[in-house]
Write a protein that binds this ligand. Structure first.
Ligand code: TYC
Length: 103
C-alpha cells in the first residue's frame, strides 16, 4: 500500500454508540366500576383506534385484568396514559392506565 492509499480496513475510533431509545407499553387496567362503553370511548379518543379495536382491548382487560393498548416512545406513552386517566377522573370513574418499558 502506498502512502496515499486509504486503508479501508481502518475503523473510526471512538465511534459513538447510540442506544436505541426504549419503547414503553401503555397498559389498560380493569376495574369493577368504569362502564364498558366509557372505556371504549376513552380508547377511541385517546388512542385513535376504531370502536371494534376498542371493544377488543376493553374486553381483553375485562377478562384478563389488563391489556397493552399501544407501544411507543416514553413521553407519548406517559401523555396518553395521563389523558385517559384524566378523562375518567372528570367523569368520576377510577379507570387506570399504566406505562412500563418493553423488554
Ligand atoms: N370491568 C368493567 C365493567 O364490567 C369494564 C372495564 C373494562 C373497566 C376494562 C376497565 O380497563 C377496563 N363495567
Amino acid at each position: 500500500m502506498s502512502e496515499n492509499d486509504v486503508d479501508l480496513k481502518l475503523k473510526p475510533k471512538n465511534k459513538p454508540k447510540l442506544e436505541r431509545p426504549k419503547l414503553y407499553k401503555v397498559i389498560l387496567v380493569n376495574d369493577d366500576f368504569t362502564p364498558r362503553d366509557f372505556v371504549i370511548m376513552v380508547l377511541m379518543s385517546v388512542f385513535r383506534i376504531s370502536e371494534d379495536a376498542g371493544y377488543k382491548v376493553m374486553m381483553t382487560a375485562h377478562k384478563l385484568g389488563s391489556c397493552v393498548v399501544v407501544v411507543c416512545a416514553r413521553d407519548i406513552a406517559e401523555t396518553k396514559a395521563t389523558e385517559g386517566i384524566d378523562l375518567a377522573k372528570e367523569a368520576g370513574f377510577p379507570l387506570m392506565f399504566t406505562t412500563e418499558p418493553e423488554e
